[in-house]
Design a binder for this molecule. Sequence first.
Ligand SMILES: Nc1ncnc2c1ncn2[C@@H]1O[C@H](COP(=O)(O)OP(=O)(O)OP(=O)(O)O)[C@@H](O)[C@H]1O
Ligand SMILES: [Mg+2]
Length: 296
Amino acid sequence: MKKNIVTQMSIIIFTDNPNVVETRLVMEQLISKNIKVKYLAPWDLSLPNLPDLDASVVYVPSNMLHRGSTFEFLHRMLILKEFEKHAMVVNPVDSILQYSKEHLVLKLKENDFVFPNTLVTENIEEAYNFVKTRLDVGKEVVLKPICKARGIGVIKLSEIRARSDLLQFLLWYNRQHAEGVYYLQDFIPNQGYDVRCLVVNGEVVGREKRYNPNDFRYNVAIGGSAEAFNDPVYDELSVKVAESVGLKITGIDILPGTDGLPYVLEANCFPGYMALINATNIPIHKKIADYLASLC
Ligand SMILES: Nc1ncnc2c1ncn2[C@@H]1O[C@H](COP(=O)(O)OP(=O)(O)OP(=O)(O)O)[C@@H](O)[C@H]1O
Ligand SMILES: [Mg+2]
């Protein structure tokens, strides 16, 4: 007699921090769909003998590449590459590896999207000159780390103590945030909010606008407020930007300038979305779980 073998779908969540609320919500959703979920951390796996994965999808919800040493980066990258031989990895491994504001800017330039005039450099003299020429004519400059989030290390250079401190400040910033690479941008006079569009598999599944009367950074993590943004005006742009950087799950940040242009600031590979859920009541974790399930 022929037996019907029903194999349970199975997904690995590869993360160094399973306690992130968003990750737990996605996990619960997957389990409610009768999908087997297994958490793996980088230290659960040793190379060259990767164990049998027993899963067709690997979901990577946290940024474990940029928070370790260079050697950890290499080791974890190779684990991801091994995963890719046996399963679908989300976001795609290449997009995770290249993820940074610098990669975004290259893609924005390549595709003629609107973004603030930007300089990425290891050269402190170049950085200094970029800032000086702008401050000299009364323009503002924003300095950011190429790969941190939540507004951490994002500063306006007119706010340092004195112009004579600029070089000293850049040296300090290098140690504290830049880690050798300066990412400098013209400050964009804007309409007092930015818009985050959350893209899942080529579709905008939620939008919020964020604002903060007390800070030029509108991140909710540092005191900004969020509310639903119901206008789909930036959907097409967000989907195109997501595609250009190769991200399947991503938060695209757009800053509407006072000149009416939509300046693209960020395509986040590991977007948090609790503020978005709270502002819109859209179950983003469910949309992500549906997408992951569809890949099984
Ligand atoms: N060039 C700019 N001109 C004006 N405001 C800016 C500029 N760059 C950043 N900001 C403000 O700072 C905030 C944070 O900047 P950005 O989104 O680039 O970094 P982040 O939020 O730290 O990274 P992520 O979006 O990955 O969390 C923006 O939401 C915006 O309010
Ligand atoms: Mg942002």
